[in-house]
Design a protein around this ligand. Structure first.
Ligand SMILES: C[S@@+](CC[C@H](N)C(=O)[O-])C[C@H]1O[C@@H](n2cnc3c(N)ncnc32)[C@H](O)[C@@H]1O
Length: 239
């Protein structure tokens, strides 16, 4: 079993299901080409990135965290948008953090830290903005809930959470209706089906309770007929 070589200090699900995409150096080189990542997102990468950046332009950049690394130009553009403020970025894979350092050093150096999204090393209320770009659907249910909890813990009241993700269960979308494409997508994304059924707002509010916080959707943009979404949440105090 090849994945066992990648188990060093990373969550089991990541090594087991995604070693070939995120942990293996030649794969990191391969996938980090705009043309490849755009193909994986059915040609929607630019729209997803620009919509996310447009929404981020209206958030408080004082302390911004990108929760895990992503392929393509997103991090460079985000680092540039919030410069001279430095972008915090974390990932459990050290190679991903090295790549992001290389990609951003000429634009605006980032503050990379190796850690698990389920148990962040940042203190409560550390960030005014957190952005998650296609992370949640790659996490098993429990890891997803823990990660949302950590977002609620580390965001300040008045802060923003930006989510760029698959939409809700896309029953009417041709990619879902077609059995072959549905099988292919859910084969390579084994946790996507459970993500499709999650109510993220409800989960965030449940998880926020123990930190005295709740969320409200400030804006939502459906992309590719709702197959993807970009959602901005604002964090409020629970009275
Ligand atoms: C953001 S996601 C998917 C990005 C998307 N497919 C893209 O590139 O546009 C991939 C990253 O999440 C990281 N990751 C997955 N689970 C994690 C966890 N529990 N803690 C920290 N990083 C994690 C992986 O190491 C990988 O670098």
């Amino acid at each position: 079993m090849l994945y066992r070589f990648f188990l060093r200090g990373v969550p089991f699900y990541l090594a087991r299901h995604y070693w070939w995409a995120y942990l293996w150096k030649p794969a990191i080189w391969f996938f980090d080409h705009q043309i490849i990542i755009n193909a994986i997102l059915f040609g929607q990468y630019k729209r997803l990135m620009n919509t996310t950046l447009d929404k981020l332009a209206h958030t408080n950049h004082q302390r911004t965290l990108q929760l895990t690394c992503v392929y393509g130009q997103f991090t460079q553009k985000l680092a540039k948008l919030i410069a001279p403020t430095q972008l915090h970025i974390m990932d459990v894979c050290i190679h991903q953090l090295h790549v992001v350092q290389r990609k951003t050093q000429a634009i605006s150096p980032v503050l990379p830290t190796r850690m698990n999204a389920e148990t962040l090393g940042y203190k409560n209320d550390s960030f005014t903005t957190i952005v998650l770009f296609f992370l949640l659907h790659e996490l098993p249910t429990e890891a997803r809930q823990n990660t949302l909890s950590e977002c609620m813990r580390t965001l300040t009241v008045g802060g923003s959470l930006l989510l760029t993700e698959y939409g809700v269960l896309p029953k009417q979308h041709w990619l879902y209706r077609n059995k072959l494409t549905r099988w292919l997508i859910t084969y390579y994304e084994p946790f996507l089906d459970s993500f499709w059924h999650d109510d993220l707002t409800k989960l965030l509010n449940e998880r926020g309770k123990c930190f005295g916080k709740k969320v409200e959707v400030i804006s939502n943009t459906d992309i590719f007929n709702g197959f993807y979404r970009v959602t901005a949440y604002k964090i409020y105090a629970v009275k």
